[in-house]
Structure formats: structure tokens, C-alpha cells
Design a protein. Structure first.
Length: 185
């Protein structure tokens, strides 16, 4: 596929907000049609990391928690942030242990995605974890989690019924279903 040149011209940029997780920059731009405008971009300081854990009987784990930004409860695969510059697999292993108490001996990167590329640079990576061993969960102080072990097919049905809407979770579950249908799992 052919790469296109950037049709946007940035005239000025100003940092509007900054904390340890994100920053927001407002750009004064000339848009692709030649008109003036503004463009706000949320810059993430971590990778989005997700883990779909699957045992030999094709069970998987979901984590339930109240999501502040959504003002709603969410069921999702274990996930969190991985510091930029750190091995994403190390972050995935940490997240799986923290949220479910699981450790895995087999790891495969199954999905890479931009989560909201019209307004942010957030990049996500999702791993399939197998060869599981149960230990004690170690949630962070900001997490009040419910842990659910269920057949993978039930998680897939939850995606189909819109009971799981988290983007990393939907992408991971759909990818695993596709891999199953294609005989890769």
C-alpha cells in the first residue's frame, strides 16, 4: 500500500495538560483543505497492554471493575499500562499476575492496535498466555477487581452481545476466535 505525505501543517503547539499518564497538546494547524483550525492530541506515556489467558480446557479469565472515565462497570481481559521503553512482555506478565494471580510459560503476541487514532497516540499490544499456573493476585491500590474464569466461548458470546466493549478485550477475543476457526489454536 502506498504511503501518503502528511497533508497537515502545524503552525504552533502548546501543552495544555500533563500528568504521569497522559499529556494533551493543542496544535494550531492548516488542515488538508488549506483552512485554519485546531487539533488536540492526547499523548500516552504508557503502552496499553492486554493479556488473554487460556488454559488447556479453553477457559479464559476476565476481570471486572468500575471504570471511572466511563462511569460504568466493565468486564475485560487483564490489562494495564506498560512503561514506554520497557519490554512489553514484562509488562504483560506483571499485569496478568497482578490482576489474576496467574503466571504463564507460553506467550504469543496476537494483536497490535492504535486505540483511538483520531485524537490520541495510544498504542496497544495483546498477548495470548498459556501454560498457566495459579498464584495469589496482587492488585494495585486503585483496583477493586472481580475475577471470572469462564469458557472462552462464553467470553466470545459476551462480545457478540455487547457485554464486553473494552477495545483491547474485543480485539483479543475476536482474534482468538478467528485463530480457532482457522485452525491456528
Amino acid at each position: 500500500m502506498e504511503q501518503q505525505q502528511n497533508p497537515w501543517q502545524i503552525k504552533a503547539s502548546a501543552l495544555q495538560y500533563d500528568n504521569r499518564w497522559i499529556s494533551v497538546t493543542e496544535h494550531q494547524v492548516i488542515n488538508p483543505s488549506g483552512g485554519p483550525g485546531i487539533y488536540g492530541v492526547v499523548n500516552f506515556k504508557n503502552l496499553a497492554i492486554g493479556v488473554l489467558a487460556m488454559d488447556e480446557e479453553q477457559n479464559t479469565w476476565l476481570v471486572g471493575q468500575y471504570r471511572f472515565a466511563l462511569e460504568a462497570y466493565s468486564w475485560e481481559i487483564p490489562e494495564g499500562g506498560g512503561p514506554l521503553g520497557q519490554d512489553p512482555l514484562a509488562s504483560a506478565k506483571r499485569e496478568l499476575l497482578e490482576e489474576t494471580g496467574l503466571v504463564a510459560s507460553q506467550w504469543d503476541l496476537i494483536v497490535q492496535l492504535h486505540l483511538s487514532n483520531s485524537v490520541s497516540d495510544e498504542f496497544g499490544m495483546v498477548y495470548l498466555a498459556r501454560g498457566l499456573e495459579q498464584r495469589e493476585p496482587q492488585p494495585e491500590e486503585t483496583e477493586q477487581l472481580a475475577i471470572l474464569r469462564l469458557p472462552f466461548e462464553k467470553a466470545y458470546q459476551m462480545v457478540k452481545k455487547h457485554e464486553i466493549t473494552d477495545s483491547l478485550s474485543v480485539a483479543a477475543i475476536q482474534k482468538i476466535k478467528l485463530m480457532m476457526l482457522e485452525g491456528e489454536l
